[in-house]
Design a protein around this ligand. Structure first.
Ligand code: UDP
Length: 410
C-alpha cells in the first residue's frame, strides 16, 4: 500500500505537509464511512484508497456496507436511475422495502462516531438513529446528479436528507436548494493504485494477451459497469460508424457491482448488438481487475465514456491521467474533467461520438496534445491528495475538532 510520502513526487512536498498539518488537528477522530458495496463502481473505488490514507493521517476510520437482498438492490437501482432523472415506475411497496431494509441495517450498525459519512441514498435511513445531544456530525455524500430528480423519490428521501448537517456534491450543477450546509467536493483517483500506476510495456503486453485482445489495430475502449445509463449500445453503434472508414477494435470492459442487479441484462443486450463483429470485444471482468483496466486504458488509442447520465465519471479521470485522448458525453461531472478541445472532446450523440473518434484516430498529434493536457488537468484537480484535503477542511469547518478539544477540557 502506498503511503503519503509516496505521493510527494507527483503532487509536491508542500501538499503532503499541508495534509499532515490538517491531520494533526483531526487526530483520533472516529469516522464511519457507509456505502452499499465494497467492490464495483466509483464510490467503492474511492473509499478503498481514501480510508487507509485517512488512517495514516491519524483518524480512526471504519468502512461499513449496508446489507440487502436482490429486491433491495433493485429498488435502490431504480431510485438511482430516478434521481438521475430517468423515467422509472416506482411502486409504493418499493418505498416500504427500502425502509424495512434500512431498519434491519440500523440494528446492526450503530453509528456514534465523530463523523458519520453516508454515501448516496442506499444507507440514508440510518440517519434516523441520530439522537439529540449526540455530538456526531452527519454528512450526506451525494455522488448522483440530483438537479432534476424524479419528484416522488426525491420527496421520499428529502426528510432523511434534512437530518444531516451537510450535503456534499461533486459539482454545483448537481445540487438542490436545501437549508443545511452544502459543500462541493469533486471525487478523485489514486495515481498510485493498481488501477492508475505506471505499468511496464511487458506487463501491458502480457495482460492484453491474457485478455485475448490483439494489438494489430487502434483500440477504442469504454470501461463501465454494464448499465443503460453508460450507453454501451450507443458505443457499439458509434464504433460501427467509425469502423466503416477506419480499421480499429472496440473493447467494452465491465464488471459486476453487488449493488447493481441490471448488469446481466445490459450485458446480454450488448452481446446481441455486437454479434457477428469480431472487432468488438466484450469483457466481463471479475472484481478487482484493476491492473487489467489500467492496461486496457493505457493501450487505447481513444477512451470513450458515452454516458447518458453520469455522477462524476471516474473512468474519465483514469484515462486522462494516462494521457489518453478521451471522447465523452457532456453529462454529469464529465465537463469538469474534459474541457472541450483542450483535454478531450465532448459529444452529445452517437453521431457526434463517431465523428470525434474518427477525428482523433486520424490526427495523432492533436490526440496526443489533448491527452497530455488532460493529465495535467487531473494532476491539478482530481488526485486523491486534493480530495483528502477537502474532506479534512470540511471536517474542521463543521467544527468536529474544536468540539473534541472542548470535550477534552483543553
Ligand atoms: N470499474 C472497474 N471494473 C469494471 C468497470 C468499472 O473497476 O469492470 C471501475 C472504473 O475503473 C472506475 C469505477 O469502477 O474506477 C467506475 O466509476 P465511475 O465514476 O466511472 O462510474 P460509476 O460506476 O460509479 O457510475
Amino acid at each position: 500500500m502506498p503511503s503519503l510520502v509516496d505521493y510527494a513526487p507527483i503532487v509536491g512536498d508542500s501538499t503532503i505537509e499541508e495534509l499532515r498539518g490538517l491531520g494533526k488537528r483531526m487526530a483520533g477522530q472516529r469516522v464511519a464511512m457507509v456505502n452499499s458495496t465494497r467492490v464495483g463502481g466509483g464510490v467503492a473505488e474511492i473509499l478503498d484508497r481514501m480510508v487507509p490514507l485517512l488512517e495514516e493521517l491519524g483518524l480512526r476510520v471504519r468502512w461499513e456496507v449496508v446489507e440487502g437482498s436482490e429486491p433491495f438492490y433493485r429498488v435502490t437501482k431504480a431510485f438511482h436511475n430516478a434521481l438521475h432523472g430517468k423515467q422509472e415506475a416506482i411502486a409504493p411497496e418499493m418505498f416500504q422495502l427500502f425502509l424495512d431494509v434500512g431498519r434491519q441495517n440500523a440494528e446492526r450498525l450503530v453509528l456514534d462516531d465523530d463523523i458519520v459519512f453516508i454515501h448516496d441514498p442506499q444507507p440514508i435511513t440510518l440517519v434516523e438513529q441520530r439522537r439529540p445531544g449526540q455530538t456526531s456530525r452527519w454528512i450526506w455524500r451525494c455522488h448522483v446528479d440530483v438537479s432534476r430528480p424524479h419528484q416522488g423519490v426525491w420527496k421520499f428521501l428529502q426528510p432523511f436528507i434534512l437530518k444531516f448537517d451537510a450535503a456534499v456534491y461533486s459539482s454545483s450543477a448537481f445540487a438542490q436548494q436545501m437549508p443545511m450546509e452544502q459543500v462541493l467536493i469533486a471525487p478523485s483517483i489514486d495515481p498510485l493504485s493498481d488501477k492508475n500506476r505506471d505499468l511496464a510495456p511487458e506487463e501491458i503486453d502480457a495482460i492484453l494477451k491474457r485478455l485475448g485482445i490483439p494489438r494489430d489495430r487502434p483500440i477504442i475502449t469504454q470501461v463501465s459497469r454494464f448499465d443503460y445509463l453508460k450507453d454501451p449500445l450507443g458505443v457499439i453503434e458509434a464504433f460501427r460508424r467509425v469502423r466503416k472508414s477506419i480499421k480499429c477494435r472496440l473493447v467494452l470492459a465491465g464488471g459486476p457491482a453487488s449493488d447493481d442487479p441490471e448488469g446481466e441484462e445490459v450485458l446480454n443486450r450488448a452481446r446481441e448488438a455486437a454479434k457477428g463483429n469480431p472487432d468488438i470485444h466484450l469483457l466481463m471482468l471479475p472484481p478487482n481487475s484493476n491492473i487489467e483496466i489500467n492496461a486496457l486504458q493505457r493501450t487505447s488509442a481513444v477512451v470513450v465514456q458515452k454516458s447518458i447520465r453520469e455522477g462524476f465519471g471516474l473512468t474519465v479521470s483514469e484515462a486522462l491521467w494516462k494521457a489518453r485522448p478521451v471522447v465523452a458525453s457532456a453529462v454529469g461531472g464529465i465537463p469538469l474533467q474534459v474541457k472541450h478541445r483542450y483535454s478531450g472532446l465532448l459529444v452529445h450523440s452517437v453521431e457526434g461520438a463517431a465523428y470525434a473518434i474518427k477525428q482523433l484516430l486520424s490526427n495523432p498529434d492533436y490526440a496526443k496534445r489533448l491527452g497530455e493536457n488532460g493529465r495535467e488537468h487531473v494532476r491539478q484537480n482530481f488526485l486523491l491528495t486534493r480530495h483528502l484535503r477537502d474532506y479534512l477542511l470540511m471536517f474542521l469547518t463543521l467544527g468536529v475538532a474544536e468540539e473534541m478539544v472542548y470535550l477534552n477540557g483543553h
